[in-house]
Design a protein around this ligand. Structure first.
Ligand code: NAP
Ligand code: MG
Length: 398
């Protein structure tokens, strides 16, 4: 068979631990045999980030601006334990945070729905797509430990030197503070990405914040969404027969639980981080969640929503067999290849992405799956495969 040609490279961001192992297997078994794979490779593995003082992360984001499409493996966000484990020069920031800050935009996460893996929220019939704002708030926060009594204030110094102050707290003893920000421009592009994505996929859009408590910060999100909706999208939504709906975050959580799914839930950065893990686990498995960062300029970065699956990696290092689910990582690749195909007018590449997704879903629906799915499937007597065995079973179907 002649391999499928690519005209423009994808930005390939390699990562850490078990997902790095899966990454190579996916390339070797499912991609390289069929595609003349063109990628610009960036090693975002923690060791290399440390060697390059994290410059490699910035470079990979800049390359995404150049080529427009990237595929990313899960990466370690260092904490105190990782500092000593990897002998790090610094506690490097989350690569995802760094990339998101450079590309801006919105992360859309949707569960991969297969027959035989039923959501544990029994009334959820359709996928719930979470749109996560990818800029600012606590991810760009500045924090301080307050050692003892004293006054903490917010100070804004305008261009002409005029200052506006707001008291945060008069401390009588030790405590903590956090300062965070967002930008109207980023909230505007978040709103536009969500409204456009709702129109593209013909799904209602829900948005929620805590505007009753946060009367300036969260309320600004609410106001910007409403202004953009009224000015640019109201008519289009009516024509498409879809709805934009704003409510308080607590009310949204309650309604989501009772809904049947089939809509996009727009969330602020932190809410999206937390709620996407809840939605994906309730739909079956964190390993069945796709994730794409869409920037307002039309840059796309595809990845799995889960982490590096550290516990499985340590088993792997001890020579034990693992059964790690590679579906979300495979769908990161197919998402990126399909988008590359769309941008380059490469029909064969688009069809290959479709076939690889179908082979993956068919494999699971035929009862061949990894342990995480075997534990929750309604299919009787599923075959539990190893990490490698599952990828090979997909390759056979492909
Ligand atoms: P994790 O990698 O998401 O895994 C947590 C647990 O969820 C696993 O131990 C496993 O449960 C289950 N799981 C997740 N993905 C799975 C898969 N593909 N197949 C089977 N089971 C899966 O989170 P973590 O182990 O807490 O975090 C490890 C590292 O990932 C951290 O250093 C964190 O910084 C990083 N992280 C990266 C990203 C990203 O790059 N996007 C996102 C989140 C976390 P069992 O152990 O019960 O089998
Ligand atoms: Mg998370």
């Amino acid at each position: 068979m002649e391999k499928i040609k690519m005209t423009t490279p994808l930005v390939e961001m390699d990562g850490d631990e078990m997902t790095r192992i899966l990454w190579k297997m996916i390339k070797d078994e499912l991609l390289i045999p069929y595609i003349d794979l063109k990628t610009e490779y960036y090693d975002l593995g923690l060791e290399h980030r440390n060697e390059t003082d994290d410059q490699v992360t910035v470079d990979s984001a800049m390359a995404t601006k150049k080529y427009k499409v990237a595929v990313k493996c899960a990466t370690i966000t260092p904490n105190a334990a990782r500092m000593s484990e990897y002998n790090l020069k610094q506690m490097w920031k989350s690569p995802n945070g760094t990339i998101r800050a450079i590309l801006d935009g919105t992360v859309f996460r949707a569960p991969i729905v297969v027959k035989g893996i039923e959501p544990c929220v029994k009334n959820w019939k359709k996928p719930i797509t979470i749109a996560r704002h990818a800029y600012g708030d606590v991810y760009k926060g500045t924090e301080m430990k307050i050692p003892g009594a004293g006054k903490v204030e917010l100070v804004y110094t305008a261009g002409d030197g005029a200052q506006t102050k707001e008291l945060i707290h008069n401390f009588e003893g030790p405590g903590i503070v956090q300062g965070m920000h967002n930008l109207n421009s980023s909230i505007e592009s978040f709103a536009r990405s969500c409204f456009s994505y709702a129109l593209d996929t013909k799904q209602d859009l829900w948005f929620a914040t805590k505007d009753t408590i946060s009367k300036k910060y969260d309320h600004t999100f609410k106001d910007i969404f409403q202004e953009i909706y009224d000015a640019e999208f109201d008519q289009k939504f009516k024509e498409a027969g879809i709805e934009y709906f704003y409510t308080l975050i607590d009310d949204a959580v309650a309604r989501v639980m009772k809904s049947e799914g089939g809509y996009i839930w727009a969330c602020k950065n932190y809410d999206g981080d937390v709620m996407s893990d809840m939605v994906s686990s309730a739909f079956g498995s964190l390993a069945m969640m796709t994730s794409v960062l869409v920037s307002p300029e039309g840059y796309y970065e595809y990845e799995a929503a889960h982490g590096t699956v550290q516990r499985h990696y340590y088993k792997h290092l001890k020579g034990e067999e693992t059964s790690t689910n590679s579906v979300a990582t495979i769908f990161a690749w197919t998402g990126a290849l399909r988008k590359r195909g769309e941008l380059d007018g490469n029909k064969e590449l688009i069809e290959f992405a479709d076939r690889l997704e179908k082979a993956t879903i068919d494999t699971i629906e035929a009862g061949e799956m990894t342990k995480d799915l075997a534990l929750i499937t309604t299919i009787e007597n599923p075959t539990v495969l190893s990490s490698e065995g599952f990828i090979k079973a997909i390759a056979k179907r492909l």
